[in-house]
Design a binder for this molecule. Structure first.
Ligand code: AHM
Ligand code: MG
Length: 337
């Protein structure tokens, strides 16, 4: 049995690694700490979702006459409140909000450096069936000058500019997994103590794997290359057929593939449609984690992190995971007729 006393806590890890964080002024550490706190608060609420009268649409009133909040709205509020109260970001964009939120520094001088983009509760329909959900976050240094209000361009940076990204997975255990550009580290919450422990140091994708994760219900809409790759996964040859696993919450599918080896796919669903997933809140942070874990993340023809975003809620196709599997998929896309 693992003795958590022998593992470093997330707080200790941040303290020990502060000097290797980009720019290392301590602000990024504070920011990760704020995310840790919001994750614990959200985790507490997610865990009791089946017990309290919290399921259902936002805007409903429960038997006590209190307003019900859907958990994705709750998570959105908690992450935003926590980040604002800590006074360390100049702006927040959320998948749940139409526009970005400008945040003044505590002294009113607009001197905070970082913007955070967040999908507060990804895969939230899983809540109704007691399955895994996640929070995804992405952190950039602002490009607009210090001292001025944050601007849209601060949020529309290509993924390669990220200084940190990560996710919280509310699964059988709750985990916080993140990168600051020095590999990927995973921390598991001990719910009795409310402490995250460094359970998964230096996480890396196996070079190849045997799991493919895709919503095959959309098969008819996929391009010829993607269809051919799926057929390849299913063919009896060598180490194939591969195993199909799809939870419907990207964080959980990604996390499993990171540990076991595999590929996650959300392709274009029709010639005129992009994928479903949001570039800024989902694809970019997952792509940064993928590359930091020695995997590959692509639209099929282009590195995800090299896309110049044009809109806050832009959608893109994404394929990510074990490098050899993603490269094989790219071959099929390149050679489709
Ligand atoms: P959401 O942000 O609205 O929750 O949607 C994102 C989720 C991903 O986590 C998941 O992989 C995908 O959408 C599932 O979509 P689908 O039901 O179309 O397969
Ligand atoms: Mg989402």
């Amino acid at each position: 049995m693992t003795n958590t006393n022998q593992k470093r806590t997330l707080g200790e890890f941040i303290f020990d690694n502060q000097s290797s964080f980009p720019y290392s002024t301590g602000e990024l550490s504070k920011l990760i700490n704020a995310i840790r706190l919001a994750a614990k608060i959200t985790n507490h609420e997610v865990n009791k979702a089946g017990l309290v009268d919290i399921l259902g649409d936002a805007g409903n009133t429960n038997v006590q006459g209190e307003d019900q909040q859907k958990l994705d709205v709750y998570a959105n509020d908690k992450f935003i409140q926590t980040l604002i109260q800590r006074g360390i970001v100049c702006g927040i964009a959320s998948e749940e909000e139409e526009d970005f939120i400008a945040v003044n520094s505590i002294d009113g001088n607009n001197n905070n450096k970082y913007v955070v983009l967040i999908d507060p509760l990804d895969g939230s329909s899983n809540i109704d069936v007691n399955a895994s959900v996640g929070t995804i976050f992405s952190i950039y240094r602002r490009v607009s000058p210090l001292g001025s209000p944050v601007e849209l361009k601060d949020f529309l940076q290509p993924g390669r500019n990220q200084v940190a990204a990560g996710y919280v997975m509310y699964g059988t255990s709750t985990m916080l997994v993140f990168t600051t550009g020095n590999g990927v580290n995973g921390f598991t919450l001990n719910p009795a103590l409310g402490t995250f422990y460094h359970s998964h140091p230096n996480m890396q994708f196996p070079e190849t794997g045997r799991i493919y994760s895709v919503n095959e219900g959309n098969y008819v809409h996929f391009s010829k290359g993607v269809k051919a790759y799926i057929k390849y996964c299913q063919k009896e040859e060598g180490d194939r057929p591969y195993t199909s696993r799809y939870i419907g919450a990207m964080v959980a599918d990604f996390h499993r593939n990171l540990i076991k080896g595999g590929i996650y796919m959300y392709p274009r669903i029709g010639p005129k449609q992009n994928g479903k997933l949001r570039l800024t809140y989902e694809c970019n942070p997952i792509a940064f984690l993928t590359e930091q874990a020695k995997g590959k993340a692509t639209t099929g023809t282009k590195r995800i992190m090299d896309i110049e975003p044009t809109e806050l809620h832009q959608r893109e196709a994404i394929f990510c995971g074990s490098i050899k599997m993603v490269e094989k998929l790219e071959e099929f896309i390149l050679n489709e007729d």
